[in-house]
Design a protein around this ligand. Structure first.
Ligand code: FE
Length: 344
């Protein structure tokens, strides 16, 4: 469709997260959803690449007979099996569903950055698999072979149905609620819950001084993911402000139900992948941890907490909640944010 030739300028009040197409998605300014611009800048400041992290130690530990137990190897591989396709599922939703229907140019700008970060994460898993000489087919096909991973992935993928349909459009009450459901599921559940028992396992390795290169990759991923989660929460809360009619009691109860279902799926994943527990973390403590973070996600979008349990892995919140802007790991990665990496 050709653009309309006009000297009439953009009205900031027409900007909407969804259904704001009249406000021209090509013009970044005037900006209304400044949280997206802040997220974009934070993402750039946190830029990293998997190949900058040394994997030599991990390779030696993986090859050695006396460093990792069979249970630890199995847990490591299964966690990697979940991760290896999860970021592709997230990336597809950004590119095929969200980008098309989000009409705020500044939010689209962040989605471009977020999509690239999901690609970097998939690259990181590929790099770990390649470095350790793991069977690529075994790891990358786990989401179709291992029940506990399959169940999570197929739960998530059902929320693409309808939205991936080329004829799907926002603009009606039903369609807008469906789209909001998609954002809630992908940010609160996929990015906010489904990664976290796997993160905890990898931090378990790290705390034992095992597989620290892989753990460092995952730490960077977790930092990016917490930005993705924050952005998703901002999207949800802004849509609630812009279209309060969507946030019905019934819809809220529906989202709470989905989150409770996700908690069960994630707890089942943790219990079946680590049947004997790992690094002192057992099935009940995994469930409690998942319940704890689910309550936090619920509270951030104004939904009632469901579990009211304490955090059994306090060391996780240290790792997860540290200032996102900072490079908080002892790290070998280039400090992109200082701009000081160039040495003339
Ligand atoms: Fe993500």
């Amino acid at each position: 469709m050709p653009i309309k030739k006009t000297s009439e300028r953009i009205d900031i009040n027409q900007r909407r997260i969804i259904n704001g197409a009249d406000a021209d998605v090509m013009q970044l300014y005037p900006m209304r959803h400044t949280f997206a611009w802040e997220a974009y800048n934070a993402g750039n400041a946190n830029h990293w690449l998997p190949t900058e992290i040394m994997m030599q130690n991990d390779i030696e530990q993986w090859r050695a007979d006396d460093v990792l137990s069979d249970d630890e190897r199995a847990a490591f591989k299964t966690v990697l099996g979940f991760f290896s396709t999860a970021d592709s599922i997230a990336a597809n939703n950004i590119v095929i569903a969200m980008y098309k229907h989000i009409t705020s140019p500044e939010c689209r700008m962040y989605l471009l950055r977020q999509g690239y970060e999901e690609a970097i994460h998939t690259h990181a898993y590929q790099y770990i698999v390649e470095s350790l000489g793991l069977d690529e087919g075994e790891i990358f096909n786990m989401y179709r072979e291992v029940d506990a991973i399959y169940d999570k992935a197929s739960f998530i993928l059902t929320f693409n149905e309808g939205i991936f349909d080329p004829s799907f459009k926002t603009g009606t009450f039903e369609a807008d609620q469906k789209f909001l459901e998609n954002i809630a599921v992908f940010s609160l559940i996929m990015e906010g819950i489904f990664f976290y028992s796997s993160f905890a396992v990898i931090f378990g390795f790290h705390r034992q001084n095992k597989m620290i290169g892989s753990a460092e990759q995952i730490q960077y991923i977790m930092r990016d993911e917490s930005q993705h989660l924050n952005f998703g929460i901002n999207l949800i809360n802004t849509i609630k402000d812009e279209q309060p009619e969507l946030w019905t009691e019934e819809f809220q109860a529906h989202l709470v139900g989905l989150i409770r279902e996700a908690v069960d799926l994630e707890a089942t994943f943790a219990a079946t992948v680590f049947p004997k527990g790992i690094f002192g973390m057992n099935a009940p403590s995994f469930r409690q941890y998942i319940e704890h973070i689910a309550d936090r996600r619920l509270a951030r979008v104004g939904l009632p907490k469901q579990y009211n349990v304490t955090n059994p892995f306090p060391w996780m919140s240290e790792a997860a909640d540290l200032n996102k802007e900072k490079n908080f790991f002892e790290t070998r990665v280039i400090e992109y944010q200082t701009g000081g990496a160039l040495d003339w």
